[in-house]
Design a binder for this molecule. Structure first.
Ligand SMILES: Cc1cc2nc3c(=O)[nH]c(=O)nc-3n(C[C@H](O)[C@H](O)[C@H](O)COP(=O)(O)OP(=O)(O)OC[C@H]3O[C@@H](n4cnc5c(N)ncnc54)[C@H](O)[C@@H]3O)c2cc1C
Ligand SMILES: *[C@@H]1O[C@H](CO)[C@@H](O)[C@H](O)[C@H]1NC(C)=O
Ligand SMILES: *[C@@H]1O[C@H](CO)[C@@H](O)[C@H](O)[C@H]1NC(C)=O
Length: 579
């Protein structure tokens, strides 16, 4: 029905009017009995709360050292978390059944940002937000070359999970590869005062472990990043037919410094982002205000979620396709959130690196208002989704896409539910020396999809996306982004990192008592399979091996994949067809 389409387009247009945003809730909520840590979506992979007995908020490196010392003396588990907690997996949860754990928030460890024009570096406290860092750097006439697309992260948190933008040029798109020094607070002996600060640079053998460490080595207090003279960027999005993009991506990434590709499989459309560095004196004062990170009216987010839920309940694939068609058309119309000045008037959009490299306008508010938020704000009944991010050696990427296309061609509508979000976002990062980074030039593929309000509720087309997920991680050996994904993606992750043992050796040296490890971070770092309970595959806590891992009561059974036969996915097959 065209009615739905108009309605959705109407809703999307309302979002453009912009209202005062309500900033995200603080990730830590306390009462007299203790505290609970949430990620920014308000729900962890296992839907269990992370409970901790205490939180400290150091404001200086010395206060941070004392917090770690005190925990060490009491033999407590410790984790750091930023003021944002934008990591999806439960990495930052130190919780133990006995409650002997503390959380150290870096929310207030954010007072210093030192830019050095002489040696082209910036040194910042770990809790400093990416946006504040970038603004300081740009004020000094310099630019940070790499950053994630989302600015709501801390400097310490983002390097700890390998956060990245997109580039195969220079040191590449991953921020940790631009780190030239860092300070780390680690446990120490009683005579050393139970905790000490170590300062590392590229000459130190521990550096390649520390620059991407998932928070399991100690708490980062300061990060020093390499900068370049300030520059502008020029961006043009080109919507094209998706035939053969898997053979062209190398050219694109080689020709354009910050290129990426968005692929909407159900629309047979690929969007090439031609994104190049241009001189500071180029004309243009544009902004990249990515549409997905703009503030949404609470009513709009709730309405979109309600429509999605209704389509799920009715198993209305075509409805999802109409929704996807409107969303893609709308993004094209508004340049995906690029603005030449206040609005999008056409390509190219040229602006300062600091305004083009990352965005997140839904984070800010001019006054207290409850009208609009980030679309996924857990306080409203807004968007709720999974995020799968697979990192491929570049030699395997094209074959992966060819397999996904085979699956798509069987029934293109099955992919509409992905295109409603962002399709497949394809980005580039270079080989890294970090032990938990990529050993070779790589291609990162991101896709989001509906998550149900309840763990036991199966989702429309989930079999297809589970197949893509298993294809990526198990057929093509992709590595899971440490800050995203469902638990199954981490199965066997250790074998995928040639220098994993070097990372563990560094951990043994810095944190011999495993103070900075918890059951939760072990699940990710060691890719431990979670308990195979009823329905575990619905939430990506396991790969199904029997029907009970899906939801036979609702007609979802464990079946082989359609293209990747070794996959085991939860497939809807109503009883009449089933034997
Ligand atoms: C909407 C959205 C968009 C995103 N877009 C991108 C993207 O474009 N590219 C990308 O790569 N990622 C992206 N991410 C993922 C994001 O970059 C990472 O999750 C990042 O780690 C979040 O930073 P944070 O400061 O919130 O860290 P947190 O979530 O607070 O912490 C991350 C990890 O680091 C540890 N940690 C935090 N601070 C310290 C410290 N000072 N010392 C030691 N350990 C510490 C924590 O224990 C935890 O293990 C996105 C996430 C969201 C929610
Ligand atoms: C504090 O929070 C815990 C965890 O949610 C909850 O069980 C408890 O009832 C709360 N206590 C108070 C006093 O609100
Ligand atoms: C592993 O680490 C060593 C020492 O830093 C380095 O020389 C080697 O290149 C790394 N190997 C890979 C595959 O990254």
């Amino acid at each position: 029905m065209a009615g739905t389409e108009c309605f959705i387009l109407g809703l999307l247009l309302v979002t453009l009017l912009g209202t005062d945003a309500m900033p995200p809730p603080p990730p830590i909520q306390c009462n007299s009995t203790g505290c609970i840590l949430h990620n920014s979506y308000g729900v962890w992979g296992d839907r269990q709360d992370c409970w901790i007995s205490g939180v400290s908020y150091p404001t200086t490196e010395e206060e941070l050292r004392l917090a770690v010392a005190q925990a060490n003396q009491r033999k407590f588990k410790v984790k750091a978390v930023s003021g944002f907690s934008h990591t999806i997996p439960k990495l930052a949860c130190p919780g133990t059944p006995s409650g002997n754990a503390v959380l150290i928030s870096t929310a207030r460890l954010d007072s210093t940002i030192q830019v050095s024009s002489a040696d082209l570096t910036v040194t910042a406290d770990a809790g400093v937000s990416l946006r504040r860092l970038i603004d300081k750097v740009e004020e000094a006439g310099l630019s940070l070359v790499a950053s994630p697309y989302w600015e709501g992260v801390s400097v310490g948190g983002l390097i700890s999970t390998g956060a990245h933008g997109s580039s195969w040029w220079g040191k590449g798109g991953a921020v940790h590869d631009h780190v030239v020094g860092l300070s780390l607070v680690v446990p120490a002996t009683e005579s050393e005062g139970y905790a000490k600060i170590i300062r590392l640079d590229s000459h130190d053998p521990l550096f390649n472990a520390a620059k991407l460490s998932l928070g399991v080595l100690g708490v980062i207090s300061k990060v020093k990043l390499a900068l370049e003279p300030g520059f502008k960027r020029s961006i043009t999005n080109n919507f094209i037919d998706d035939a053969g993009f898997e053979d062209e991506f190398m050219d694109l990434a080689k020709k354009h410094e910050f290129a990426d590709i968005t692929w909407y499989p159900s629309r047979y459309t690929a969007v090439y982002r031609y994104d190049d560095r241009v001189p500071l004196n180029s004309f243009g004062d544009g902004v990249n205000d990515f549409i997905g990170f703009q503030s949404n009216s609470v009513l709009v987010s709730a309405a979109v979620r309600a429509i999605e839920k209704a389509l799920e309940t009715a198993q209305n694939v075509n409805g999802k396709c109409r929704m996807a068609a409107s969303v893609v058309a709308f993004k094209k119309l508004v340049g995906n959130g690029l603005k030449n000045n206040l609005i999008f008037t056409g390509y190219p959009v040229v602006g300062h690196q600091g305004k083009m490299q990352t965005s997140g306008s839904c984070l800010y508010s001019s006054e207290k208002s409850t009208q609009s938020t980030c679309a996924w704000d857990p306080r409203i009944k807004g968007l709720f989704f999974y995020e799968t991010t697979a990192i491929f050696p570049r030699s395997r990427f094209a074959d992966f896409i060819r397999d996904v296309k085979k699956l798509r061609d069987l029934k293109p509508e099955n992919f509409c539910g992905l295109d409603v979000y962002n399709g497949f976002l394809i980005r580039f990062i270079r080989a890294s020396e970090a032990y938990l980074g990529q050993a070779e030039d790589s291609v990162v593929v991101d896709f989001n999809y509906y998550r149900a309000d309840e763990a036991s509720t199966p989702r429309l087309n989930q079999d297809v996306w589970e197949e893509v997920e298993q294809m990526a991680f198990f057929k093509y050996g992709a590595k899971p982004h440490w800050a995203k994904n469902r638990n199954l993606a981490f199965l066997g992750v250790q074998q995928k990192y040639p220098n994993f043992s070097r990372f563990l050796a560094a951990k043994k040296q810095l944190d011999p008592e495993n103070m900075f490890s918890s059951d939760w971070s072990d699940e990710i770092l060691f890719g431990k399979a979670a308990a195979n309970g009823d329905g575990c595959a619905l939430e990506g806590q396991c790969i199904c091996s029997e029907d009970s891992h899906c939801n036979p009561g609702k007609g979802y059974f464990c079946k082989p994949g359609l293209v990747y036969k070794e996959a085991r996915v939860c497939c809807y097959s109503p009883p009449s067809k089933d034997k």
